[in-house]
Write a protein of this length. Structure first.
Length: 134
């Protein structure tokens, strides 16, 4: 079975997604085809490597709660990162997973919905939060 494991933002960058690594390892033991998508670090690197270091600082432990639990902030990140997110969704679509698993914790409750929504409606560029699934 093809299974995609997705690490959504925001998670601190000094702590890799250990949970997804453990899940991936266990599933591979049962001969499943696994592909991990670390959208968290992809977005962090995008902002850390350009002139938006102020945004990259929002992955710091002292900023992560307030910034990533505000829907307006997440909308801005998604909008500014639409090209990178769509490239990831293209990779996900080419992998053609039978199961998609998202990391779940309070700082990514907002960010996973638009990523999933764009995947479901691949080919469209809408990141409309009002159509998110609960």
């Amino acid at each position: 079975m093809r299974i995609a494991l997705i690490q959504c933002p925001a998670w601190v960058t000094h702590s890799p997604p250990y949970g997804l690594a453990v899940i991936s390892s266990e599933l591979k033991k049962d001969n499943h085809s696994i592909k991990c998508f670390d959208i968290n670090i992809m977005l962090y690197n995008k902002f850390a490597n350009n002139s938006r270091r102020d945004i990259a600082n929002m992955w710091n432990t002292e900023n992560i709660d307030d910034f990533w639990t505000c829907e307006e902030n997440v909308k801005m990140i998604i909008k500014d990162s639409s090209v990178s997110i769509n490239e990831t969704i293209n990779d996900l679509t080419q992998f053609d997973p039978e199961i998609i698993c998202f990391s779940v914790y309070y700082t990514n409750l907002i960010s996973k919905y638009p990523i999933y929504f764009v995947y479901l409606h691949h080919g469209k560029t809408s990141n409309n939060f009002s159509k998110r699934k609960s």
